[in-house]
Design a protein around this ligand. Sequence first.
Ligand SMILES: C[S@@+](CC[C@H](N)C(=O)[O-])C[C@H]1O[C@@H](n2cnc3c(N)ncnc32)[C@H](O)[C@@H]1O
Length: 307
Amino acid sequence: MSIYTGYLAIHNFESELERELELKGLKIAKKCDRLYLVEGDHPQMIWAQMTAFELETIAIASINDGAKKLKALGRNWGLFTVAHHRRAQLIQDELPKFNNKPIPFRHPLPTSPMGFWTLLEPDQMIASTKTTSPFALGEMDFQENKTMPPSRAYLKLWEFFTVYAPEAITGGASIDVGSCPGGWTWVLRTLEFDKVISVDKAPIEERIMDLGRIEFKQESAFGLDPKDFGEIDWFCSDIICYPERLLNLVKRFLESSKVKNFVCTIKYQSEVDWENTLKFLEIPNSRIVHLHHNKHEVTWFLKGANS
Ligand SMILES: C[S@@+](CC[C@H](N)C(=O)[O-])C[C@H]1O[C@@H](n2cnc3c(N)ncnc32)[C@H](O)[C@@H]1O
C-alpha cells in the first residue's frame, strides 16, 4: 500500500500549490477537493496550509473501528472531509476533544502533535500524526485586538512572532517599511524594542505615533541607505511592491551587515512571481512560509543574518 505526502491547499489558492508541486517535479497521485496526495516522502510546500507526512491508508469496518484505529495512533486529530461527510463527522465525534480556541499574541504553541485524517471511502481512511502545524488543519486564530491596530495586517506579524520568532526581545531597534496605517509599527511597539523606525510615503495614524519611541520617516523605502542607520534587530517589510524591488532592498540591507533578522511580505499581483520568489530562497538560511493570515502573498524571513 502506498504512503503519501498530503498537501492541503489554501482555499482559493489551489493553482498556486499545483504550480509549486510542478516546479518541484512532484506528480499528483490523487486530488480530493483541496487535498493533494503525492506518493512517497516529500518536503512541505509554501502554498499548503498543512502538510501531512507519511499518510497511511487504513481500512475500517465501522465508525467505532475508525475512531479506535485513530485513537491508537494519536490523541489529536484534525478532520478534512472530502466525501462521506456525515460518517466522517461521526468518527470525529468519537475522538478526544482538544482546545481549538483563539490564542493570545505570543502564547506558547500547543506541544502535542496534531494529526490529519480524512475518509476517502466509507471503509477507507488516510491518516498521519506527522504534520507541519500543532493547529487542526493548520488554522490558527488569535484573540484579536479590536481597538488599537489600525488595520488587520497586524495579524500577520502577530502570527510570525508567535510561531516563527517567539524568543524574547530585549531592547534594540526595529524598522518597519511600508508601515501606513501603522498595524505592524503598533505590534513592534508592543514588543520590547527601544526604538521602532517606521517608514512610509503616507503618515501612520496619530494615535500610534502618540505611543512614543517611534521615529517616523515619510519617504520611499527604496531610497533608504543602510549607512544612515545603526544596528537593526528586525527589518520588517509589508510594502506593496514588485518582489524584485523588495529583493534589491533586502539585499542592500543584508550586505550592510547591520541587520540581524528580516521578516518581509512578498506580495503578488495576479500570478505568483516564482522567479523572484526562488531568488529570495537563494539567500542562505532563509525560509518562505504562507502564514494563515497571509492572502495572495507569502512571508520571507531570515533569522541570525550576521551570526
Ligand atoms: C499593506 S500596506 C501596509 C500595512 C501595514 N503593514 C499595517 O500593518 O498597517 C502597504 C504600504 O506600503 C506602502 N508603500 C508602497 N510603496 C512604498 C514605498 N516606495 N516606500 C514606502 N512605503 C511604500 C503603502 O503606502 C502602504 O501604506
